[in-house]
Design a protein around this ligand. Structure first.
Ligand SMILES: [Zn+2]
Length: 357
């Protein structure tokens, strides 16, 4: 099924290695525990979750060592963000969070479920050229589930980690919105990328339900339409490069019974009101594209997505596209002129914050 040569490196290396390589940072000590509960109102996913009957959410299994928060000034005044504090930190349990303020105890941070919490320590994330966003996460938001049992939230995370590796090899600094199997709201994912001032945010998904048979990969890339003119143009170019590289790489796999929609390509998807339909496209201020690599609901594609070879090829193609976006004037390809209309359901999904330290 997979027509590509094998390579020995596994995409499933340890969390710490990925984070250190991606963030290019070092670490130190650890302490306490906090958790916050909130409810999501942002279930406008391109590929809404099947009902969440999956295993309970866990936290990352291999948390990195982190640095204690630096001391406050002698008069006890807490410096606010913007006065030298990092825009984000990796908490002692390995959760990337935006920093809201400094406190006597450490950092006040925005939790994945959009609460606030204090952490005593954190590995600073000073900046990132690229923020990757593994779609879905946690027990309530599995994303699509393949006929072979492959769960989208896990597949997206595995692929994102492999892309982080590929970007590190290219000398491109990157961070990720999600480092394990836990809930995180769209609004928080977007705010994290905005806090870092990333050059681009790339959200990683796999699609469902299956549509018509297709002779080519049915990959879709969603781009921003209701934003500043330059952001709109950059989002389209990023999307075009992702579509071009990913579909070319996937087409090299032999004997896959692809599926897809007739208007698959680089798409603007709008609600009837006229704004971008998907939260991960509508919410970020930074340049954003969301990739649906293929159909996890399609048995032939699901078998491919379960292979290390798919992860390697898809990660390389994604990193190649990001590299071209940052370092070339290539325009990309696959643009669909006619916007697609889609009105997402507005149901609420629970959100359980992970342990932060
Ligand atoms: Zn998805």
């Amino acid at each position: 099924m997979a027509g590509q040569p094998a390579r020995s490196r596994s995409p499933e290396a340890s969390l710490e290695r990925h984070l250190r390589r991606a963030l290019l940072l070092g670490g130190g000590a650890v302490f306490l525990v906090l958790a916050v509960f909130a409810c999501s109102d942002d279930t406008d996913d391109p590929d809404p979750a099947q009902t969440a009957e999956a295993a309970a959410a866990g936290s990352p299994s291999d948390p990195p060592a982190v640095e204690p928060a630096p001391p406050l000034a002698a008069d006890g005044t807490g410096a606010s963000t913007g006065s030298g504090d990092p825009p984000a930190v990796l908490t002692p349990s390995g959760i990337p969070v935006a920093v809201l303020d400094r406190t006597a105890a450490g950092y006040l941070v925005r939790t994945p479920c959009d609460g606030t919490a204090e952490v005593s320590a954190g590995m600073p994330i000073e900046s990132a050229q690229i923020v990757l966003d593994p779609g879905h996460g946690g027990r309530w938001d599995t994303g699509a589930v393949g006929p072979n049992g492959l769960v989208e939230r896990d597949l997206n995370l595995t692929l994102s980690r492999a892309v982080l590796d590929e970007l590190a090899e290219r000398g491109i600094s990157a961070a990720t919105t999600r480092t394990g199997d836990y809930s995180i709201l769209h609004s928080v994912r977007a705010a994290f990328a905005d806090a870092l001032g990333a050059d681009a945010l790339v959200s990683i998904h796999h699609n469902a339900p299956t549509w018509s048979p297709s002779s080519v990969p049915g990959s879709e890339v969603y781009v921003q339409s209701r934003t500043a003119e330059q952001v709109r143009a950059d989002s389209a170019r990023l999307g075009g490069l992702l579509y071009e590289e990913i579909t070319a790489a996937l087409a090299a796999f032999d004997d896959i019974a692809w599926s897809g929609l007739p208007d698959a390509g680089v798409l603007r998807v709008l609600r009837s009101e006229g704004d971008d339909a998907y939260g991960m496209i509508r919410r970020p201020s930074v340049v954003t594209a969301l990739v649906e690599y293929g159909y996890l609901s399609n048995p032939s594609e699901a078998r491919l997505f379960a292979t290390d070879e798919y992860i390697r090829v898809a990660a390389e193609a994604t990193a190649d596209a990001i590299d071209a976006y940052l370092h070339s004037d290539r325009p990309g390809a696959g643009f669909v002129q006619q916007p697609r209309t889609f009105n997402p359901r507005s149901a609420s999904t629970p959100c359980d914050d992970p342990v932060l330290e």
